[in-house]
Design a binder for this molecule. Structure first.
Ligand SMILES: *[C@@H]1O[C@H](CO)[C@@H](O)[C@H](O)[C@H]1NC(C)=O
Ligand SMILES: *[C@@H]1O[C@H](CO)[C@@H](O)[C@H](O)[C@H]1NC(C)=O
Ligand SMILES: *[C@@H]1O[C@H](CO)[C@@H](O)[C@H](O)[C@H]1NC(C)=O
Ligand SMILES: *[C@@H]1O[C@H](CO)[C@@H](O)[C@H](O)[C@H]1NC(C)=O
Ligand SMILES: *[C@@H]1O[C@H](CO)[C@@H](O)[C@H](O)[C@H]1NC(C)=O
Ligand SMILES: *[C@@H]1O[C@H](CO)[C@@H](O)[C@H](O)[C@H]1NC(C)=O
Length: 468
């Protein structure tokens, strides 16, 4: 009863507030009265069908998306009211399009954005300055399916609508060495602030799924990422040179790191000099047999600091929190905190690599030595583990301040003979089984590694209730 009354009120609001009339809205969205949480609600709303889109999975809607966003952007800019574009149930084939500020893309349940496999639907864009080249190939790259630069206040959400990257085309071409440019990401927002990506499902990305780069104030929440575990480079969420980011309640099954924290590559990243900092990752569930739950690097040349990771579940995943760096990267990975990670069927629990020697070109600086320090892990359990610790730093540049407390690891039926292999690392442990290596000596039975008690600013943002 209450619900019906509520929906009735929403219909009235929708009819008076929004320019879209019911007769022009054949999907009957106003009647649906969907509520959702967002950083901001919008004054104007339209449905993609108003711009000629056809949801048959065959018709290209690239023009409709580009026009819709341009028109809505203009209308919203006139009075600053903001605009919302609704994608109703159907299969909406599209190439790449750019978002605008004060804008919400709402993908309804039953709606799938199908990424075009026609390369002419994708612009070629410049490489990121902090990478100096595309990641797959030197030179430029394909623009992402959903992109945006220099924006503020952008929401990509839904009630679990889907974006299908149709990556099979790109994976095959990549594996055959036929890509001339780097494959497109699904979502990339660049140099933007106040970003929300929530309550959507991303499947079969051509390569990375969600890539905020040079951004501030980013929330990724309630996102499901699914890709075959053997698909190449299908990282889930990659915060890259971003400040103040919250990633929570996400579920990722993929062929690469569930979350990969980055900040640029060698001399290019050093020059741009933008760290990823103030990052909180919580309530992540991850399956990634050949990669990490959370990787830090390997591209970390702007620095990575103040990362908090908690309440994570990892199943059949190669390693938990993996640090990857190399000489030439420069910068630092420091002030990293992880607690309450529950793991089952892991190759490694702890894994650091100081010689992850992939370089953008031959001009990296051999004097650019990364600093890795103050890395804290506490309160973890792992079952069915092949090797508890494989910790390598860099010769004459040890990874220091490693702290591990209250961690119970049980081994798989066929474990590695050496349980902990530590080189060029220094730190302490307490209540860790099996017994760690001698470079991480026990510090009594009551020491707990540090985890910050303050919050990063984005954790205090209060969402508004909006409606479609
Ligand atoms: C999106 O904007 C970028 C510039 O940020 C531009 O290079 C690209 O061509 C635009 N994409 C489309 C589809 O217009
Ligand atoms: C974004 O802003 C930067 C810095 O002001 C500028 O150099 C760049 O051209 C802008 N990019 C776009 C796509 O507008
Ligand atoms: C969203 O859809 C995906 C794919 O169908 C499903 O696995 C997931 O559980 C759904 N999430 C929610 C919150 O309904
Ligand atoms: C334990 O891990 C091995 C791989 O090391 C895997 O094949 C096996 O299925 C796992 N056992 C259980 C009970 O999950
Ligand atoms: C590890 O095992 C000990 C002894 O059984 C127990 O007291 C402790 O709570 C366990 N730690 C975790 C994180 O489960
Ligand atoms: C231990 O790690 C070092 C450095 O990565 C490596 O050279 C060595 O082969 C490893 N030893 C074993 C027994 O795995």
């Amino acid at each position: 009863m209450m619900k019906m009354i509520l929906f009735g009120i929403l219909v009235v609001l929708a009819a008076s507030d929004f320019p879209t009339t019911e007769s022009r809205n054949p999907s009957g969205l106003a009647k649906a009265g969907i509520e959702y949480s967002a950083l901001n609600c919008r004054k104007y709303s339209a449905v993609i069908t108003e711009f000629g889109a056809v949801g048959d999975g065959k018709t290209s809607n690239t023009k409709a998306f580009r026009e819709a966003i341009e028109k809505l952007g203009q209308r919203s800019a006139a009075d600053g009211g903001g605009a919302q574009l609704v994608v109703p149930p159907g299969k909406w084939l599209t190439g790449s399009f750019n978002l605008t500020s004060h804008f919400t893309l709402f993908i309804q349940q039953g709606a799938t954005l199908l990424a075009s496999q026609d390369e002419s639907e994708w612009p070629i864009v410049a490489p990121l300055p902090s990478y100096g080249r595309g990641r797959d190939t030197p030179g430029p790259r394909f623009g992402s399916l959903i992109s945006g630069s220099n924006l503020t206040d952008v929401v990509i959400t839904g009630n679990n609508g889907t974006i299908d990257g149709q990556g099979q085309y790109w994976w095959k071409k990549f594996k055959q060495g036929e890509m001339k440019e780097t494959r497109p990401y699904l979502i990339e927002l660049m140099s933007s602030e106040d970003i929300q990506i929530s309550d959507i499902t991303l499947i079969n990305a051509p390569t990375w799924n969600i890539h905020p780069v040079y951004c501030k104030n980013v929330i990724v929440k309630g996102v499901t990422v699914l890709a075959p575990v053997d698909s190449p480079n299908t990282d889930g969420i990659n915060p890259d040179s971003c400040t103040n980011t919250l990633i929570e309640d996400c579920y990722v099954v993929s062929g690469d790191d569930c979350i990969a924290v980055k900040s640029g590559w060698d001399q290019y990243g050093i020059k741009v000099g933008m760290p990823t900092q103030q990052l909180s990752i919580r309530r992540l569930t991850c399956i990634s047999p050949d990669s990490a739950g959370v990787a830090l690097g390997s591209e970390m040349s702007g620095g990575i600091r103040d990362v908090r990771i908690e309440d994570v579940t990892l199943i059949n995943t190669e390693s938990a929190v993996r640090i990857k760096t190399a000489i030439g990267r420069g910068a630092y990975v420091k002030d990293i905190y992880a607690q309450r990670i529950t793991m089952k069927t892991m190759k490694y629990v702890f894994w650091t690599s100081g010689s992850y020697n992939s370089h953008p070109d031959d001009h990296w600086d051999p004097k650019a030595i990364p600093e890795v320090t103050n890395i804290n892990f506490r309160d973890m359990t792992a079952e069915n583990v092949t090797m508890p610790g494989n910790l390598a730093g860099i010769e004459k540049d040890p990874f220091t301040g490693i702290c591990i407390s209250n961690v119970n690891i049980t081994l798989s039926p066929k474990p590695k003979k050496v349980q902990w292999n530590c080189t060029n690392v220094a730190g302490v442990t307490s209540r860790v089984t099996p017994e760690p290596c001698s470079l991480l000596p026990g510090k009594g039975s009551s020491m707990d590694c540090h985890f910050p008690t303050d919050k990063i600013p984005i954790e205090s943002v209060v969402m508004k209730k909006c409606s479609v």
